[in-house]
Design a protein around this ligand. Structure first.
Ligand code: PLP
Length: 369
């Protein structure tokens, strides 16, 4: 049996007609940039995320960049974030000439360790970016409490529809930055992203920055970038959005099955299933387990059984070559470094079958360290 990490074909066959109709609609209109599909998607995403505004853009990476630009982050500013995330969380900060200041993670949730934030705050700190890693919200009440005088920007790229005490990801900080990369819970047919916010002035600024800082066409009040969401992507995302809750609930249900099967498997090595907060909604973008010893050997073993696995993320951001100038050394963030060594994701997608999950867990059970 083959168990891929994700099976986008399986999703596509179930929605082929609506996706094709959506794409046809855009071709018939010949309106490929901005226009009614983009406006409609923005309204639908804002409603889904419990915000008054949503602004589409070219990718999740650009969502972060645009949001930081709209907050006037620049040279000499410091932005606090996690070293255990996708590269774009930190590169958006560095691209603007600001300094990423990392804070270690909580080893249980893999999100920012809120207790460590106060010691990282200096007179130059402008923004704090918690990442809702793998689809589970950071503890936003505590983040907001320790960041009272700072702006909190949510990197919600992996967390559309996730909740913290009933509040949706992207609705708790000044704004939320989302990715519609094809493998996300809500994936486009290419790159796309969105920024959610209920701050009208912030939203207006982002709308201007994504069209070269233009107040009107050819009248530029500041230097922005070109980062709009394609109308085709907006139409595809609109076709998929009504399915999102069903897909995310199916992921969560399959995550529960994994955890139950793994518990029952009585493994002779340590494997920690993901921790799930009881006061939130985890949308399980990834199902990540921790294997303190023999992680790589277990992944190799699973590969021989045609079970795909992947490490998110093998090199913490503070140890990336391009950030050597920040001066962080090995050992600076022990929990992030340990997580990079000990964790990996199992296959998880809405169409994964019980038979496939049993096969994966049996293959794990057969592993002899
Ligand atoms: C946490 C996080 N932030 C930012 C991004 C960037 O999104 P994109 O790939 O759409 O540029 C991603 C994408 O994987 C992500 O996972």
């Amino acid at each position: 049996m083959d168990v891929p990490l994700i099976d986008l074909q399986a999703q596509y066959v179930s929605i082929r007609d609506t996706v094709r109709q959506a794409v046809d609609r855009v071709f018939e209109s010949q309106q490929f940039v901005m226009g009614p599909e983009v406006a409609a998607l923005e309204a639908e995403v804002a409603a889904y995320c419990q915000t008054s505004q949503a602004i589409g853009c070219a990718s999740g990476s650009d969502a972060l960049l645009l949001a930081l630009m709209a907050l006037n982050v620049g040279r000499d500013d410091e932005v606090i974030t996690t070293p255990f995330s996708f590269f774009a969380t930190a590169s958006a900060i560095a691209r603007l000439g600001a300094r990423p200041v990392f804070v270690d993670i909580d080893p249980v949730t893999y999100n920012l360790n809120v207790d460590l934030i106060p010691a990282a705050i200096t007179a130059r700190t402008r923004v704090v970016i918690p990442v809702h890693l793998y689809g589970q919200c950071a503890d936003m009440d505590r983040v907001l409490a320790v960041c009272r005088d700072l702006v909190v920007l949510e990197d919600a790229a992996q967390a559309i529809g996730a909740e913290d005490r009933g509040r949706r990801a992207g609705s708790m900080g000044i704004a939320g930055c989302f990715s519609f990369y094809p493998s996300k819970n809500l994936g486009a047919a290419g790159d796309a992203g969105v920024i959610t916010t209920s701050d009208f002035d912030f939203a207006s600024r982002v709308r201007r920055l994504r069209v070269h800082g233009g107040l009107t066409e050819y009248q530029h009040v500041e230097v922005g970038i070109n980062s709009r969401i394609d109308a085709i992507q907006a139409a595809v995302l609109r076709a998929k959005l009504p399915h999102l809750d069903g897909w995310s609930n199916a992921r969560a249900q399959k995550a529960e099955v994994y955890s139950r099967l793994l518990e029952g498997a009585k493994l002779n090595f340590r494997l920690d299933p993901p921790f799930i907060r009881t006061d939130g909604r985890h949308i399980f973008h990834q199902y990540v387990v921790r294997v303190p010893e023999h992680r790589d050997a277990l992944m190799d073993h699973l590969k021989t059984r045609n079970v795909a696995t992947k490490v998110y993320y093998p090199i913490p951001l503070h140890l990336q070559e391009c950030f050597a100038y920040l001066g962080y050394k090995v050992g600076a963030f022990p929990e992030a470094e340990k997580a990079a060594r000990e964790t990996f994701a199992l296959p998880l997608y809405p169409e994964l079958t019980l038979e496939q999950q049993e096969y994966v867990v049996n293959a794990i059970h057969d592993f002899r360290p």
